[in-house]
Design a protein around this ligand. Structure first.
Ligand code: FUB
Length: 450
């Protein structure tokens, strides 16, 4: 099986270098708001996330049952785990040329040049003199967090969605976008005007929707990544070339279609702290409605010939979790083949997150990369529920690894926070295994070490 989960020891090494503060996030990485179409950029020593901001359409506000976005936020992180929301950077009502009632601020991008930050976004224009459908605008800032000043007019000659900007090693900037086909055009040094006519990118799939182009370069190879409907819903594919204009050869699939049917996916790729990452989205916090999506991150690996290993989406995501935080072990890295299910704690309040249910004796989950640091970890708490009472063991590394604690959860319908003594004090970075040892089921929300 040539997948990213095999490379966990490499990731662990990279994470040990990156971790420095109190960390606790898993996939999805932003809680409390929907964040779709995640474009990640490394500016200085932080990663900036520029997503679309899905909201739920209501009467008079957007089109019920469809995508609905009225503004953009930007987020940043120094470790890919703890994310700061810098607030609204652009709103449909403050873009001079955009329709202020369209609720269609779709997938954006941002890039830095000569000390300025350029934010590219699609939006329907306020009148037909700009043409039908979506135009693409630019807003400019002095720092990545903004404030961003929208240009008075959209970019002339661009009609479509999902703008993506790439600056090649020679300084030439390119704008990519989608309008049934994928297009590319050179940008002038001012980053706000095309420098020549757009070209349709050739040799890409001719049937099934393509959108969301994202270009990156690695070791002199140019990767044009894009969501494409090969079958029923979008999957993430890529084509490789020797330059930003191609010619490109369709090379492979980065991520298969969502098994739960989220129709869209949308990607960006960065290298940060010596590791490559794929940002993508899924409707984790909105399982019944796939137009409210959330950002996920997983590690990305390359073969020696430069091709990309397919990414298998994980709940665990990336980054190191501090042992003293509420470790959301329902976002596990790996699980036994049977006896493990996850569910929202409260389907009416999805941002409260999930619980994991271990159903049959021997069922286990493994949660990677918990940082004990120099904490002694003498006690542990587990928030759990077990109708008939139940017992789980927590071990280090493997289901037969050193025993940290045995937790007896009392019988009852309510959730208990059960304190236990930790048998073996820990330091450093470890993977945790939680295994059911009782015949009766246990549900777990989180564990935390004191
Ligand atoms: O978010 C609206 C649209 O859905 C994006 O522009 C596409 O890439 C798809 O993710």
């Amino acid at each position: 099986m040539r997948v990213n989960s095999q490379r966990s020891s490499i990731v662990l090494g990279a994470l040990m270098v990156m971790a420095s503060v109190n960390l606790c996030a898993q996939n999805p990485v932003i809680k409390g708001q929907y964040t779709a179409d995640p474009t990640a950029r490394v500016f200085g020593d932080r990663v900036y996330l520029f997503p679309s901001h899905d909201i739920r359409a209501t009467e008079g506000k957007g089109r019920p049952g469809w995508f609905c976005m009225e503004d953009y936020h930007v987020y940043s992180s120094g470790d890919l785990v703890e994310w700061k929301d810098h607030g609204v950077i652009l709103s449909q009502t403050t873009i001079p040329w955009a329709n202020p009632r369209a609720y269609a601020l779709w997938a954006p991008d941002a890039i830095s040049r000569n000390g300025k930050y350029y934010f590219y976004f699609p939006a329907p224009a306020r009148d037909s003199s700009y043409g039908r459908g979506f135009s693409v605008g630019v807003a400019v800032a002095d720092v990545p967090e903004g404030p961003y000043r929208p240009e008075p007019e959209p970019i002339r000659g661009v009609h479509g969605i999902d703008p993506n900007v790439f600056i090649d090693r020679d300084g030439q900037a390119y704008l990519y976008w989608a309008a049934r086909d994928l297009y590319v055009a050179k940008l002038k040094p001012n980053m706000t005007e095309l420098d020549g006519p757009p070209q349709v990118i050739q040799n890409l799939p001719t049937t099934g929707l393509k959108e969301g182009p994202f270009m990156f370069e690695r070791n002199g190879k140019y990767y044009l990544t894009y969501p494409h409907v090969e079958n029923k819903t979008e999957r993430l594919e890529y084509a490789m070339g020797d330059g930003p204009l191609g010619p490109f050869t369709v090379t492979g699939v980065i991520m298969d279609e969502s098994p739960t049917g989220c129709w869209t996916n949308h990607q960006s790729v960065i290298e940060f702290g010596g590791q490559w990452y794929l940002f993508y989205h899924h409707n984790d916090y909105s399982p019944g409605f796939d137009k409210n999506r959330s950002t996920r991150i997983d590690s990305l690996f390359f073969e020696a010939d430069g091709t990309i290993l397919k990414v298998i989406p994980t709940l665990r995501g990336v980054g190191v979790t501090d042992a003293g935080s509420e470790i959301q072990i329902d976002r596990y890295s790996m699980a036994s083949a049977a006896g493990v299910t996850t569910a929202l704690l409260d389907t009416l309040l999805p941002f409260q997150g999930w619980k994991v249910r271990l159903d049959s004796a021997g069922a286990w989950i493994r949660y990677n990369a918990v940082r004990f640091g120099d904490r002694s970890g003498a006690t542990m708490e587990m928030r759990a529920a077990a109708g008939q009472g139940g017992t789980v063991e927590i071990r280090i590394g493997r289901s037969d690894g050193p025993l940290l604690a045995r937790v007896d959860i009392p019988a009852g319908l309510e959730w208990f926070v059960v304190p236990v003594h930790v048998a073996e004090r820990q330091s450093g970075l470890h993977n945790l295994v939680v295994r059911l040892t009782s015949a009766s089921a246990v549900e777990i929300d989180w564990v935390r070490f004191e």
